[in-house]
Design a protein around this ligand. Structure first.
Ligand code: TYC
Length: 121
């Protein structure tokens, strides 16, 4: 027997139309398509007893695009607190900054250390 409209057989809800993006293409699985924002990484510089303050200020200006005043404040914070954030970048850019700073320090004969740390989401 055919199931037709009757008080015992209410009509089923219509299936909602699939979501569409701006280009009009059908989004089949929204969950697998949702892009997460890329993780950000802090480039943290560490204090030591030997690297000259002027060198640290110069490195912060050169590789982290800070002016003399901002670079000096960051250097003093590192000197007083042991570490300080010089900038926040994508993973690859942060890794490159660490390489550049360590390379410049090594070539100048200073033990300056710098690390990249993922930021908490
Ligand atoms: N502590 C160093 C000094 O007294 C200066 C310094 C600052 C070194 C910051 C490293 O990341 C650093 N010469």
């Amino acid at each position: 027997m055919m199931a037709t409209k009757s008080p015992l057989n209410p009509p089923v809800q219509p299936v909602p139309a699939p979501d569409r993006d701006d280009g009009g293409s059908v989004v089949l699985e929204r969950r697998t398509q949702k892009a997460k924002p890329p993780k950000l990484y802090q480039v943290v510089m560490l204090n030591d007893d030997y690297t000259p303050m002027e060198f640290v200020v110069m490195v912060i200006q050169e590789y982290f695009s800070k002016d003399l005043e901002a670079a000096t404040q960051i250097m003093l914070k590192i000197h007083l607190e042991g570490r300080g954030v010089c900038g926040v970048y994508s993973r690859d850019i942060a890794a490159t900054k660490v390489e550049q700073v360590m390379d410049a320090a090594h070539k100048a004969g200073h033990p300056l250390q710098c690390v990249s740390e993922p930021m908490a989401l």
